[in-house]
Ligand binder design. Structure first.
Ligand code: PRT
Ligand code: MG
Length: 217
């Protein structure tokens, strides 16, 4: 599977869902179209209209792992996932400006809690955010449906992604603070940057040209 040393071929790791949905039009603009419909196919490796480039479809949180280990030369990952992954071993050459949202602290109200219990999928980011404010919350790691935690009495706060704000609203939660603006980034394996310099450079340059101007601000 590790094709790092086989010349010009590139594997791009992408997660299904919002990132793939918004990456496909971007890839189409550089002439990359999956040969099978990702929405219908259950294949995890998709060949594309460019024979030297294939897509692997994996969980969002696994994208940095695949790229760091060279199982994929490049990947598309949310800044939220990259902040949580905390590795210095990845190049992040391009903000693709897609899958935009914000990482926020939310709760039922603004009432301060002495030592808040914070439920999140992002324990590292959450710890760092509170540490910078001199606080040491109790962090409760969850894998999904963070919005439920305050309602069920599991936590005082959540740290989660917000786009339109509808999910928070419908669950009676309010935004308390923004931790970071999020968008999806192109990430590249460091060795691939050297070993496959020309192919990787070309992919970066083409994607840079395909990113909508609004996304560069
Ligand atoms: O499915 P899996 O468990 O593997 O992971 P996942 O669901 O986190 O992955 P996936 O494929 O859905 O993609 C998630 C990535 O998309 C994140 O890592 C972000 O970088 C990006 N993204 C952008 C978002 C959102 N916007 C977003 N709004 N990911 C999730 N949401 C969720 C949010 O968690 C909340 O539940 O949408 C809800 C809020 O939306 P609003 O519009 O109601 O505010
Ligand atoms: Mg999902």
């Amino acid at each position: 599977m590790n094709r790092l040393h086989d010349g010009k071929t590139l594997t791009l790791a992408v997660s299904k869902g919002r990132i793939l949905d918004e990456a496909l039009p971007l890839l189409a603009r550089i002439g990359v179209r999956p040969l099978q419909d990702p929405a219908r196919s259950r294949k995890l490796i998709l060949d594309t209209s460019r024979p030297e480039l294939r897509l692997v479809i994996i969980r969002a949180q696994d994208v940095p792992t695949y790229v760091e280990h060279g199982a994929a030369e490049a990947g598309i990952a949310g800044r939220d996932v990259l902040m949580e992954y905390e590795s210095g071993e990845l190049y992040e050459p391009l903000d693709l400006g897609i899958a935009r949202c914000r990482l926020v602290v939310a709760g039922r109200d603004h009432a301060p809690a002495a030592r808040p219990r914070v439920a999140t999928k992002y324990p590292n980011v959450t710890r760092a955010y509170y540490a910078a404010r001199g606080e040491q919350p109790e962090i409760i790691k969850l894998y999904g449906s963070m919005e439920l935690a305050p309602l069920a009495g599991l936590a005082d706060r959540i740290v989660d992604l917000v786009d339109t704000g509808r999910t928070l609203r419908e669950n009676g939660l309010v935004e308390i603070a923004t931790i970071a603006d999020i968008s999806a980034r192109l990430i590249v394996n460091k060795a691939a940057m050297k070993v496959k310099h020309a192919a990787v450079r070309r992919l970066i340059a083409q994607l840079r040209g395909a990113v909508r101007p609004r996304a560069r601000d």
